[in-house]
Write a protein that binds this ligand. Structure first.
Ligand code: NAD
Length: 368
């Protein structure tokens, strides 16, 4: 595999010297620049042992290329683990476009970006991420077929949020089963932080099962919309970490498990959709375990979205996406058991399981 440092000759837009903070062993990093459209993007292919790398494109106002590079390296590596642990035949990749998604978008920019994606010959499949809409992805798809996350009327899988919520629900039930031998959520106090796309669907599943659900959101309209549909309590956004709850379901932002919140949280299970919930994976992953809290790894239980995308790559079938998402239940149980047996944090158990799968498939990739 090519190391990132060895690819410096590929160059960058303005900065001739790129020194990423970490070497994460990526296969390929492509810097894309087009003066006519103002496109500045980076595509990172982390690992394709299991299959083509799939991961969304993020459009963000990065302060410089270094920030963008570090973000895309970190995110693409995360996708490798997410797909591997979910049993998908996909590798990990991600792209970032440097720019303001409210100001710098155009049809030409996305089509030029699509040409760069196409130049990788299917090694990278793109989709939506922060700052990117379905419309943008449709422009990308005019230049390349290596696209997922198209709307339903274009043969795509549509909004992945209900599938993601279903996976989180499965992971949560598995955590309860591991804890008590019974996966029934009835009567459990669950606090859903973030009543957004995923949060809404998760609340629906929890209420249906008889859980005592509380929600928290910084936007009043989201709270009103949720309260209009479901019998839920509301917790002020700044009181979440002191609230009385059995299960904390972070469905808003990352890094909410940190030094400050860990000293306050009174739950016994953490299971939610947000990405990168542990502020520092190693330190806070260990601290959660020491506190006796069962943490269902985020990249495992929020994989419904990527499973939905994968289904699109192989020929979209909503039922199949849900069926495969249901497997999150058993995988979560396996990981929690591995964590207990080996006395290691759950995130580490999940990482190791993903690495083991990649290594074992790498060994059969040389055909007989
Ligand atoms: P969303 O933007 O629709 O919802 C997020 C909600 O969180 C919003 O209602 C927002 O107002 C609220 N929020 C923001 N800050 C908050 C705070 N401090 N306290 C309480 N609420 C707050 O996003 P989404 O699509 O529902 O995704 C939620 C999380 O799950 C994100 O971290 C996302 O990366 C992750 N995720 C989503 C999917 C998916 O399929 N949508 C898949 C995998 C992971």
């Amino acid at each position: 595999m090519l190391k990132v440092e060895e690819q410096q000759s590929v160059g960058t837009y303005e900065n001739p010297i790129i020194r990423p903070m970490v070497d994460m062993d990526h296969e390929q990093v492509l810097f894309c620049q087009d003066k006519a459209t103002g496109l500045r993007a980076i595509i990172a292919v982390h690992n394709t042992v299991l299959g083509p790398s799939l991961g969304g494109t993020r459009m963000w106002t990065y302060n410089n290329e270094m920030e963008a590079l570090n973000d895309v390296l970190r995110l693409s590596r995360g996708m490798t683990y997410k797909s591997a642990i979910s049993g998908l035949n996909l590798g990990g990749g991600k792209a970032v476009i440097i720019g303001d998604s409210r100001k710098h978008k155009s049809e030409a920019l996305f089509r030029r970006f699509g040409q760069f994606v196409d130049s990788l010959g299917g090694k990278y499949i793109t989709a939506e991420d922060v700052g990117i809409t379905t419309r943008d992805i449709e422009y990308v798809s005019m230049e390349t077929e290596h696209v997922a996350g198209l709307p339903e009327y274009r043969g795509g899988g549509g909004d992945p949020s209900p599938v993601t919520a279903y996976g989180v629900y499965m992971g949560m039930k598995a955590a309860v089963k591991h804890q008590s031998g019974n996966d029934n959520l009835a009567g459990k106090k669950v606090l859903v932080q973030g009543a957004g796309h995923v949060g809404q669907y998760l609340v629906e599943l929890l209420v249906k099962e008889g859980a005592k659900v509380a929600i928290s959101d910084i936007h009043e309209d989201r709270i009103k919309a949720t309260k209009a549909k479901f019998a839920v309590e509301v917790v002020d956004a700044d009181k979440v970490y002191d609230a009385d709850m059995d299960i904390y379901a972070p469905c808003a932002l990352g890094a909410t498990i940190n030094d400050d919140t860990l000293s306050r949280l009174r739950c016994s299970i953490i299971a939610g959709a947000a990405n990168n919930q542990l502020a520092e994976e190693a330190r806070h992953g260990a601290a959660v375990m020491e506190k006796g809290i069962i943490y269902a790894p985020d990249f495992l239980i929020n994989a419904g979205g990527i499973i939905n995308c994968y289904s699109e790559v192989i020929g979209y079938n909503r039922d199949m996406a849900y069926r495969q998402t249901e497997d999150i239940y058993q995988t979560t149980l396996n990981i929690l058991q591995k964590s207990a047996d080996e006395k290691i944090p759950t995130y580490l158990a999940a990482n190791r399981m993903a690495e083991e799968r990649i290594a074992s498939i790498a060994s059969i990739n040389q055909r007989i």
